[in-house]
Design a protein around this ligand. Structure first.
Ligand SMILES: C[S@@+](CC[C@H](N)C(=O)[O-])C[C@H]1O[C@@H](n2cnc3c(N)ncnc32)[C@H](O)[C@@H]1O
Length: 248
């Protein structure tokens, strides 16, 4: 996912020395939490945030529709890595999947737990944890990581996808901000504007690179989609283990 408003893009060169994960974690436990909890909610927001909310909701619905179309959601084990406030985990659990939902931000997980309780009651599904996705373990039928990779540079993304692949028995679903000419330009323009930013860095990724990383980890692309609104861009890829079909 990318939300390339001026206030959401920092110049990566200014912060190269800092550790991405620490910055991301701090952001989503502070100003980022307030911002994204509102965007991923149903209360009043400004026009840009409303556009981002609409785009993100489309991404969630695309993934849900893929899983539901396969007709085998009930009792599937699903890992939602970087679950945020549970926008995907909660409907997945509602549809009967066994969901393990984790996020590096304690605040996001607290909010997700509250939303799950309000929607589903005390079912224990999804099972939530505060965890960096690279420390996750176990095996799941499907591993999903939506709108998280945007926070990390190419080398880190390769490590993350490799780790997520190792946990996916059958299928991986990822989204990322595609490195297209238009988005690169928009990002460059955004970085010309000085002033305090409310966001972490935004990294764009080449689709060919992501597909190659998936291939190196034994996964090949089955389905893909693009969500594009005015301020939100997210390329969604479903990849299955090369020796298995999409419905296995
Ligand atoms: C833009 S939000 C997307 C949340 C959710 N996937 C969704 O689509 O609704 C990005 C989330 O990724 C989480 N995140 C970032 N880096 C992470 C990491 N290394 N491990 C786990 N979660 C991470 C953030 O805390 C934040 O909640």
């Amino acid at each position: 996912m990318v939300t390339l408003t001026i206030d959401t893009v920092k110049n990566p060169n200014l912060m190269n020395a800092a550790d991405d994960k620490t910055i991301v974690q701090e952001y989503f436990n502070s100003t980022g939490f307030d911002r994204w909890r509102r965007i991923y909610g149903d209360g009043e927001v400004n026009k840009v945030q409303l556009d981002i909310r609409t785009g993100h909701q489309q991404t969630v619905e695309t993934v849900l529709s893929w899983l539901q179309a396969d007709g085998n959601l009930a009792n599937r084990s699903i890992c939602d890595a970087g679950c945020g406030v549970g926008s995907l985990s909660i409907p997945l659990a509602h549809a009967g999947a066994n969901v393990y939902a984790s996020d590096i931000s304690e605040k996001m997980v607290e909010e997700a737990k509250e939303r799950a309780k309000a929607t589903l009651g005390n079912t224990g599904n999804p099972k939530f944890a505060v965890q960096d996705l690279e420390t996750l373990s176990g095996r799941y039928h499907t591993v999903i990581c939506l709108d998280v990779l945007i926070h990390y540079p190419q080398d880190k993304v390769a490590q993350m996808i490799s780790h997520l692949s190792s946990m996916a028995e059958s299928r991986l679903i990822l989204s990322f901000a595609p490195k297209t000419f238009a988005l690169s330009l928009l990002k460059k323009v955004g970085s010309f504007f000085p002033g305090p930013s409310k966001a972490t860095r935004a990294y764009l990724h080449r689709e060919a690179d992501i597909v190659k990383i998936l291939g190196n980890n034994g996964f090949s692309v089955q389905r893909q989609a693009m969500t594009r609104t005015r301020f939100y861009f997210s390329r969604i890829i479903e990849a299955t283990a090369k020796d298995l079909g999409a419905n296995s």
